[in-house]
Design a protein around this ligand. Structure first.
Ligand SMILES: Nc1ncnc2c1ncn2[C@@H]1O[C@H](COP(=O)(O)OP(=O)(O)OP(=O)(O)O)[C@@H](O)[C@H]1O
Length: 508
């Protein structure tokens, strides 16, 4: 297949606004690619390289050679060149990489050059496209989208799923199963503004669990060996000897368990989130004085040979209770009485925790999705939004990037909808950090505003949602303020415009 097809599809997807039309364009391109090249095409159309990083910086993309006349470059050739560039090392490697990039671009037409430069510079990165891409794979392969999504959550990446679907259809997708030792995308929660509304969305009886502001942990026990993964599927086992020791005590040989890690003070109240974050961050070196973490387990996905992903919530919880002692389990109350649920919520908040998660007793574990089976309720409204642009500060903040333009994800278009701006809540340290970080993400700058690639996720607190004619979604946040950055989340995991409407009533 020629790269020209991929470049053209990428442009069509960027220019069309309808979800259906985008899916159709992606599906046509994948159909043409076929099983072998599909993973490469999936990656390129998501703005990524299958090789991830190949060490090509902006400098190597500045001087573009004259274009070729005819579109002859193939996807396989581009992929092979990227692999070659990624393998360059040692003395003279910068020059050699440049040479390879120039050689590749010299064989591309003007339109293809434009696509390749934007692909290499990261400008096309589109995490929010995962949902559309899953649908496109389903359409190209003629299989149900739910099967593709399920394989995706089990595998954590769409490339191999595309190959299996295109080669062997639904049968190929059935080959993806939970493997102990390979992390799956964790199930996520929807949000409701109150306990009553959360109960309103579920059956009469539901479970209410504390929501701790810690770090998600997926614990795999394979033949007695314990491994711990974060929600971004990074392994952090080495950093957590006390957690590994606690899990080793459990009477299981093979299991996949889900829970939350948190640093607690002697009185049982949580340390600030940063303390837990520092213990689990994959990039930090050694801790000066490690604060012990406590593990609270709340789910089980696999137990000694049996997959429990499809078992109802109540059954998984019962299985968990059989193998995990109470002090390692998330406090949980099963009730049909909203007053009892509210008492549980009040207790969690009084102990310094974030709120509760109300969980359905009958839904399966919908990995990787913000399913309707879990609904979080917090006393204050927060959202994870994506920074779309940022304005230079004035006065004390001059020279610093300050006022953030905030966007929610729009699953319909695969893009983002702006909901407002804020410079509140930013400490000096955060201002310095975001100035550095957002500069690296810049794509364009006008007088006061730096427009950035929509990649950085920030957690925002706000008082409510107001109708607005100024913003494209028709709503704006009231009194938005920054709580913290969420480097553990990708833009694809940011909150959607529908979540924004569901966490708080829209005021006139
Ligand atoms: N009892 C619990 N059940 C499920 N998740 C819990 C629980 N307690 C804490 N959590 C945390 O809450 C998260 C689920 O909420 P959500 O899917 O909205 O993620 P989130 O956006 O990171 O949440 P938030 O930003 O509101 O903390 C989980 O990833 C987990 O880290």
């Amino acid at each position: 297949m020629r790269i020209n097809e991929v470049a053209r599809t990428s442009a069509v997807v960027a220019e069309t606004s309808g979800r259906k039309a985008k899916v159709a364009a992606l599906a046509a391109c994948l159909g043409e690619a076929g099983p072998r090249e599909a993973p490469i095409v999936v990656a390129y159309l998501s703005g990524e390289l299958p090789q991830r990083q190949i060490g090509v910086g902006y400098a190597a993309l500045r001087d573009v050679p004259p274009p070729a006349d005819a579109p002859e470059l193939t996807v396989a050739e581009v992929d092979a060149t990227f692999t070659e560039i990624g393998a360059v090392s040692g003395k003279g490697s910068v020059a050699r990489r440049r040479e390879l990039v120039a050689g590749l671009l010299g064989r591309a037409t003007r339109g293809e050059q434009d696509f390749l430069v934007r692909l290499l510079s990261g400008e096309l990165r589109q995490g929010a496209l995962d949902g559309l891409m899953a649908e496109a794979i389903a359409s190209a392969a003629g299989v149900p989208a739910a099967d593709v999504r399920r394989a995706f959550m089990l595998r954590g990446s769409l490339g191999p799923v595309a190959t299996a679907a295109l080669a062997d259809g639904a049968e190929g997708l059935r080959g993806f199963s939970l493997e102990v030792g390979r992390p799956v995308k964790p199930m996520l929660a929807a949000a409701a503004p109150s306990i009553d509304e959360a109960f309103g969305k579920l059956a009469a009886e539901a479970a209410v669990e504390w929501k701790l502001d810690g770090v998600r942990a997926q614990v795999h026990v394979a033949d007695g060996t314990v491994r711990v993964f974060t929600r971004t599927l990074d392994e952090i086992t080495e950093r957590l000897p006390e957690v590994v020791a606690a899990v080793r005590e459990l009477p299981v040989r093979d299991a996949v368990l889900d829970g939350e890690l948190i640093a607690l003070r002697a009185d049982g109240r949580p340390h600030p989130f940063q303390v837990t974050g520092a213990r689990t961050a994959t990039r930090t070196a050694k801790d000066a004085e490690p604060v012990p973490l406590t593990l609270y387990l709340f789910d089980v996905l696999h137990l000694d040979g049996a997959d429990l992903l499809d078992a109802p919530g109540a059954e998984r919880s019962a299985a968990l209770a059989r193998i995990v002692p109470e002090h390692l389990r998330m406090p949980r109350l099963v009730t049909g009485d909203p007053a009892a649920a509210k008492a549980m919520f009040d207790e969690a908040v009084a102990r310094g925790h974030e709120g509760v998660v109300v969980k359905s007793l009958d839904t399966p574990y919908t990995a990787g999705r913000r399913g309707a089976g879990w609904i979080k309720v917090k006393p204050r409204h927060t959202l994870d939004l994506v920074v779309l642009a940022v304005e230079w500060g004035h006065g004390r903040r001059s020279g610093l990037l300050s006022n953030l333009h905030l966007g929610a994800r729009d699953p319909e278009s695969g893009g983002f909808v702006m909901l407002g701006k804020t410079f509140k809540g930013l400490t000096d340290e955060l201002l310095a950090w975001q100035t550095r970080t957002l500069r690296d993400l810049a794509v364009r700058e006008d007088d006061w505003t730096v427009h950035v690639r929509p990649e950085l996720v920030v957690e925002i607190a706000f008082d409510g949602v107001q109708r607005s004619t100024r913003y494209p979604g028709g709503i704006a946040l009231r009194f938005a303020r920054v709580l913290r950055y969420r480097p553990d989340k990708s833009a694809a995991e940011a909150d959607t415009i529908d979540t924004v409407r569901s966490v708080a009533p829209v005021l006139d």
